[in-house]
Design a protein around this ligand. Structure first.
Ligand code: IMP
Length: 497
């Protein structure tokens, strides 16, 4: 006889609808705050907060440097994936930290590179301007997309088309961003090279970053005003990986695993707490109250919840383990609230996997999650670290699971013990810039909250009223019985916009 058989079916987010409540001037869309806790720090007894409840998944096809910078500017955070060598992951964290400081450690180009090759590098990295430096790091000039055309210049070298140092305003104020900004503003350049001794290139400062704060009032920063950074670790090489990430400036860590209810996570959490008590570390994924409490008792700062619900995930089919995301949230939130009542420690819950559209985010939050982690949503964006491809005249981006063959090449990652894959590889339709997409997603969430008569996520947790809906009722809620030529916008249930 099994220990437990639950005959009540496990629920998904899309089975729920929120009931409207009194909307007042206090809950108008403009009054709504999406600020939310993301990790409890046991040293300070306080939570780290995001300004939006949106997190990008620790996946190769999702969370690179560009995504992390844009998402932190918008108020969320990206978890840089750990399915890569330690030094490379640490370098990515360092690059994000550099960004906010205003002093950017740039990718450089050799003066003798052919412009046709430089062009490829430019497209691959997405950067427009490169400093040209000699082998010993001496600054020689700048080359940007405006300085060449492939047809006439493809076979020329970078140094033949660059703007030479003598024609560029530079600065030697490596410790004084304010002054560097003033020099840049006074110049006619978009970028200011900051040089050290013997004209060695140290940093670039970009004109567009001067106004960064005004343009991004929601951005989340550390106490040195650098963008908040987060990284995933695994339960295998954490004793080497963690110190490197901390040295690079990481603010929050999370253990990346499809099954977090293990003694391996216990060991990792304990080691982290005794060696780096200042760094919050998120455990998961779990789907039961017992799993939640186990990780919290071992020092987890927040818990990722969800198993088998991700868009690229075949864990449920392969192993028969998992739980509908809504039920997983409901069970762990109940335990979280109980623990909070007993201990006064608020452990945030991050709903992860299979969040397919804006209403799913609203339902996950209403059920008690503090934030959502998404992969597919972000994989469609310009900022995802993948190249666009055209398939059947549609622009797509590749997206693959961390447990797919494509990601498993990295030997020490989360599924390396198994002989089978837990994720698939496919494509998602290109959706444009993160900023534009987030704007729509967030306005929908705020609109839901307004209809539910709440102005904060905390109030939503307390006051939300939800109802399970029948499949007929879901059908009724969609466009029906009407012919709309070219109605592709309405067809996909997972269409965010
Ligand atoms: P999505 O937002 O539905 O695409 O789900 C993303 C989430 O799926 C991630 O945050 C992980 O928790 C999970 N995940 C990532 N890779 C795999 C995999 O290969 N198999 C199963 N789950 C995965």
């Amino acid at each position: 006889m099994p220990r437990k058989i639950i005959t009540e079916p496990s629920r998904t987010l899309m089975e729920f609808r929120l009931l409207p409540q009194l909307t007042t001037s206090l809950t108008k869309i403009g009054e709504i705050s999406l600020q939310t806790p993301v990790a409890f720090n046991s040293l300070t007894g306080k939570n780290t907060y995001l300004n939006i409840p949106i997190i990008s998944a620790a996946m190769q096809a999702v969370s690179g440097v560009k995504m992390a910078i844009e998402l932190a500017k918008a108020g969320g955070v990206s978890f840089i994936y750990c399915s890569q060598p330690i030094a490379e992951q640490a370098a990515m964290i360092a690059e994000i930290k550099q960004h906010k400081a205003g002093f950017v450690k740039p990718k450089t180009i050799d003066p003798d590179v052919l412009l046709s090759d430089f062009h490829k590098t430019r497209l691959k990295t997405g950067y427009n301007t490169f400093p040209v430096v000699s082998k010993d790091g001496t600054f020689l000039g700048l080359i940007s997309k405006n300085d060449y055309d492939l047809k006439p210049h493809g076979n020329m070298t970078v140094k033949e088309r660059m703007i030479p140092k003598k024609d560029i305003v530079t600065s030697n104020q490596a410790n004084n961003l304010k002054q560097a900004n003033a020099v840049l503003m006074d110049s006619h350049q978009n970028v200011l090279p900051v040089l050290g001794e013997n004209d060695k290139l140290l940093y670039l400062v970009f004109r567009k970053d001067i106004h960064d704060h005004l343009d991004n009032p929601q951005q989340v920063v550390d106490d040195k005003k650098r963008l908040l950074t987060a990284a995933a670790i695994n339960t295998h090489d954490y004793q080497e990986r963690l110190p490197a990430l901390v040295a690079a400036g990481v603010d929050i860590l999370s253990i990346d695993s499809s099954d977090g209810y293990t003694t391996f996570q216990q060991d990792t959490l304990k080691w982290c707490a005794s060696n780096f008590p200042q760094i919050p570390i998120i455990g998961g994924n779990v789907v039961t109250a017992e799993g939640f409490q186990f990780l919290v008792d071992n020092g987890a700062s927040a818990i990722k919840v969800g198993m088998g619900s991700g868009s690229i995930c075949i864990t449920q089919e392969q192993k028969g383990t998992g739980r509908g995301l809504a039920t997983a949230i409901i069970k762990t939130v109940a335990q979280r609230d109980l623990y909070y009542a007993q201990s006064g420690k608020y452990i945030p819950i991050i709903a992860d996997g299979g969040i397919g559209n804006s209403k799913d985010i609203a339902v996950a939050l209403a059920l008690g999650a503090d934030a959502v982690m998404m992969g597919r949503y972000f994989a469609r964006m310009e900022e995802a670290p993948t190249e666009k491809v055209t398939i059947n005249r549609r622009i797509m981006k590749p997206y693959w699971g961390e447990g797919s063959n494509r990601a498993r090449d990295w030997k020490q990652q989360r599924y390396n013990q198994s002989q089978f894959i837990e994720g698939v590889e496919g494509f998602v339709e290109y959706a444009g810039r993160l900023k534009d997409n987030l704007e729509i997603t967030l306005s929908k969430i705020k609109s839901t909250m307004s209809t539910c008569g709440v102005a904060t996520i905390k109030e939503l947790h307390k006051n939300a009223e939800l109802e399970v809906v029948s499949s007929l009722s879901i059908r009724e809620g969609k466009v029906h019985d009407i012919f709309i030529p070219d109605n592709s916008e309405y067809l996909g249930d997972n269409d965010f916009n």
